[in-house]
Design a binder for this molecule. Structure first.
Ligand code: FES
Length: 114
């Protein structure tokens, strides 16, 4: 597991979204009423960025391309045309900073031991 620093809490207003680059692919981070959620940024149906989608008060997001809706909490696809879920990621706030935990490890920079 790798912990990514996403942003400061104050940098993402209620109802806003942020695209966060991560080792396994970009992640969409949302603030809904002070709760932060992280899901895959790429829609499971096509090549659309969920961070450019429409954030709803019920912690769902609508894809900007074909209007499929997803639950931010579970990643579940709630309506057609999407059927596959989005992956979700744990979010933790520590001292005003938002962190996202992603699978895998960041490649080490520098020489390797023999
Ligand atoms: S690309 Fe998101 S619903 Fe089609």
């Amino acid at each position: 597991m790798t912990r990514i620093t996403a942003c400061e809490v104050s940098a993402l207003a209620d109802g806003d979204a942020l695209k966060v680059e991560a080792p396994g692919g970009a992640i969409a981070l949302f603030n809904v009423d002070g709760e932060f959620y992280a899901v895959d940024d790429r829609c499971s149906h096509g090549n659309a960025s969920m961070s450019e989608g429409y954030v709803e008060d019920d912690a769902t997001v609508e894809c900007p391309l074909h209007a499929a809706r997803f639950c931010m909490k579970t990643g579940a696809a709630l309506c057609q045309p999407a059927t596959d879920p989005l992956r979700t990621y744990p979010v933790e706030i520590v001292d005003g900073t938002v962190y996202i935990d992603v699978p895998g490890s960041v490649a080490k920079i520098g020489g390797s031991q023999r």
